[in-house]
Design a protein around this ligand. Sequence first.
Ligand SMILES: [Zn+2]
Length: 330
Amino acid sequence: MDFKLLPKIELHCHLDGSVRPQTVLDIAKEENVELPTYEMEQLRGLLEVPEDCTSLVEYLNRFNIPLTVMQSKSALRRITYELLEDAAAENVKYIEIRYAPVLHVNKGLTLEEVIESVLKGIKDGEADFEIKANLILSCLRHRGPESAMMVAEAGRRFLNKGVVAIDLCGAENEGFSKEYVEVISKAREYGYRVTIHAGETGYGSNVVDAINLLHAERIGHGVSIKDLKEAYDLVKEKGILLEMCPTSNIDTKIVKGYEDHPIYKFYKDGIKVSFNTDNRTVSNTNVTRECEEINEKVQISLEEYKNIYLDSVNASFASEQVKEELKKYI
Ligand SMILES: [Zn+2]
């Protein structure tokens, strides 16, 4: 099976983890941003996660350099456009891009400008490539609920104009959901859909909380439900889709290798899953590679691939009309 040729859906892709190394270099030169190196291969080495990375916290350090060149309207627009170009080139037909607007205000942009610039990049990309996209606004857990509320407010006027959902991300402590009940409930009132990073680094209970307290419709990662029956049963019973990112989980040492990744086992047991990159540059991957690596271990049939594709379409935050178009590809 040639995964590159098959249509694909990506529901979990961070913009700041998916910047082309060449673009980091270009923007740094244009905007006089200081980089630790201007030599391409060395730079690539600093943007990608090293093999000896030991944890999610260490993995997240790889975002420091790209963030320095993501502080202007034109840079955000270009980087988003290029992400759509890269995804379309491997036959991704629909992508939900996510990023944390609060990380892009260091040089004076407002949160609204940060959001608008990425939406412009999406429009440009949709016009030039055979791909559709929507935007998820991520809120950083370590910045607290007030910061998340600011993001929800800033994105409000873009709802259904490209912005579709809200997310919580970053390092994961046990029980984080309790603090965010009010904010996420308010965001849902405004019309945001909800996906939450949970159960990435060992706490299945966080998945239970994200579903029961925050009404998450999808879960980012959710690997840890394998060790907590209550979480596993809840995800399965409610038909919550897990946005799974195998390479990223290996990079952060959450699973040992592709053979240990639970994505296919979950699927076979009736849990809805989708294939995602998390971060194309940091994890040096794309959706094609994610499918290929897992397929090499378990041999996914075309029928199974189709089911995963359709589950991904159905769990996406796209409009009904776009969902119908996406279903025609397979
Ligand atoms: Zn993520």
